[in-house]
Design a binder for this molecule. Structure first.
Ligand SMILES: [Zn+2]
Length: 284
């Protein structure tokens, strides 16, 4: 028996790793670009407005970032209290009302759009910016009403309108009511045209369905971002209907420009100066 007893080292107290915080620390700092397959640091991408610094692929951006990109500085938002009345009392995997509540909580938006007013190149402009994360950027009665009110503000204050589309089309949870928005917005745009106030439509990835079939294609200028998916029906549906193989790049902005569906394809970083120049041409 020894005189000196060696004490076994006490196990160090290690705080249990919280799985939730571990995820936050390690995930989402890097992204793989779909264009060049390179790994990009997310901060580099964000500081470049979600345009790949290596291959210039345009990745999706949210509605608020879009407003920061286009406006000179601060802007005022409108109609943030509008809510869908859920006219069909719709239910799929969960009730539509519940889906809306969840979306509102995760995006902090009232629906798939931000309606705002600010200046571009010093000129007052109304911008409706769509949010693709909110039920696929689908157009329901709230989006329809927000755009219509924005058009009416443009008419009464005589300031140009820009709508940035990012949408999967009409919102099926509202059935025919969402389809009626196409006619309602188109009629309001006609009044804007009669008042001789310019409207610039910016089509971003993706712009499809009822949005393409109404206001996205009704601009005095219809301009798109490079590589954006723009169409009405999906390519598979078209191939099955016409029983023909579709050409390469079909429904991408460059293809549509070549075939006369668009006026220009404008890189994101030049979008603001392009719109400012266009409005100067239209108004002054
Ligand atoms: Zn890239």
């Amino acid at each position: 028996m020894s005189w000196f007893k060696k004490e076994a080292p006490k196990p160090e107290k290690v705080a249990p790793i919280n799985e939730a915080t571990k995820k936050i620390r390690t995930e989402g700092l890097w992204l793989k670009c779909d264009g060049c397959r390179q790994i990009i640091w997310k901060k580099d991408l964000e500081s470049n407005w979600n345009v790949c610094p290596k291959c210039s692929a345009h990745m999706r951006m949210d509605a608020a970032a879009r407003l920061r990109l286009l406006f000179d500085g601060d802007y005022e938002t409108f109609d943030t209290a509008l809510r869908s009345s859920d006219p069909l009392d719709f239910f799929d995997s969960k009730p539509y009302r519940e889906r809306l509540d969840g979306m509102r909580a995760s995006t902090s938006l009232c629906d798939a759009m931000i309606s705002a007013s600010g200046t571009i190149g010093g000129r007052p402009v109304n911008i409706c910016s769509m949010e693709a994360r909110f039920i696929g950027g689908s157009m329901g009665c709230v989006v329809g009403e927000m755009i219509t009110r924005s058009i009416e503000r443009s008419i009464s204050r005589r300031i140009p309108l820009v709508i940035v589309s990012a949408s999967g089309g009409a919102r099926m949870q509202e059935g025919a009511v969402s389809l009626m928005q196409m006619a309602k917005i188109s009629a309001a745009l006609m009044r804007l045209d009669e008042a001789r106030i310019p409207y610039v439509s910016v089509l971003t990835d993706p712009t499809t369905g009822g949005v393409t079939a109404s206001y996205a294609m009704l601009g005095d200028l219809n301009i798109a971002e490079p590589g954006a998916l723009i169409g009405f029906a999906g390519p598979r549906v078209i191939e099955q209907t016409i029983r023909q193989k579709l050409p390469e790049g079909f429904q991408r902005s460059e293809f549509l420009l070549k075939h006369g569906m668009l006026d220009a394809v404008v890189p994101r970083l030049e979008m603001k100066s392009y719109i400012a120049t266009a409005l100067r041409f239209f108004v002054d």
